[in-house]
Design a binder for this molecule. Structure first.
Ligand SMILES: [Zn+2]
Length: 253
């Protein structure tokens, strides 16, 4: 089967509501390829390695969390940026990218998908009054020690998580936000949870966690953001009977 690119772009617009967010990049169709999609390839980041793999898989469109045209980057299409865009245009592959709207979506979002993978139940938003600040608060379906949670992270994400010990012997409440949201540990502490989990860590995060007595886990920016885009790909594949494949170009950060 194949479906028109316009229909998919409109569907994702209705589903993810990008206009509700103040983001650092355009959300939606970033590069236009052929007018119909038969084969969709999803991935975390539209790197050259990912594009090359998508070309080999004969993708009509790629759908990613980290696309292009970030605020503050230089506008000129030269060097690495030229190579990536040239490969897409020459092969008529569309680039669809969704950043904050994909982190935040209550069903297909990175936070929702990571929560269901790790058996965390969402109770509230971390910033209920700010649509553009993402993150959630919840609880572990089965309260665990930090060691047990680290083991679970290794088993589910295939990666060793970085951990700063906190006060709670059994972790039952947790806040999380995928990617580079380590700064939201401050908000998590205000919310009074036992632990906070994100993708990345900064030098100051360690001091904050130690002094606040909150467990902190950095489970990888890439590793925590693999799941939203896959869920979105499956949604489109089922709805429009198109082929979908997720390609994981691993990244240790
Ligand atoms: Zn990210």
């Amino acid at each position: 089967m194949s479906i028109s690119l316009d229909v998919v772009v409109q569907d994702l617009y209705n589903l993810l509501r990008p206009d509700d967010f103040r983001d650092y990049c355009p959300n939606g169709l970033q590069i236009e390829g052929r007018p119909a999609i038969n084969r969709l390839v999803t991935g975390v980041t539209a790197s050259q390695a990912f594009i090359d793999a998508a070309i080999l898989e004969k993708a009509d469109a790629i759908l990613v969390h980290h696309g292009y045209f970030w605020q503050g980057e230089k506008a000129e299409i030269t060097g690495i940026k030229k190579q990536r865009i040239k490969a897409l245009l020459q092969n008529e592959i569309s680039l669809l990218a969704y950043h904050l709207p994909l982190d935040a979506h209550p069903k297909y979002g990175n936070n929702a998908q990571l929560g269901s993978l790790l058996d965390f139940k969402i109770i509230d938003e971390l910033y209920p009054k700010h649509k553009s600040k993402v993150g959630v608060i919840g609880e572990l379906v089965k309260p665990s020690s930090a060691l047990e949670l680290k083991k679970q992270l290794r088993a589910k994400l295939n990666r060793e998580a970085f951990h700063v010990p906190g006060r709670a012997e059994k972790i039952s409440s947790i806040a999380w936000c995928t990617g580079s949201a380590q700064h939201s540990i401050e908000r998590a502490h205000e919310a009074g949870v036992d632990a906070y989990l994100s993708g990345e860590v900064s030098e100051q995060t360690v001091h904050f966690a130690r002094e606040a007595g909150i467990h902190f886990f950095a489970a990888g920016h890439h590793a925590t953001e693999r799941y939203g885009v896959q869920a979105l790909g499956r949604y489109l594949a089922e709805k429009y009977s198109i082929d979908h494949m997720f390609i994981d170009i691993d990244n240790p950060v």
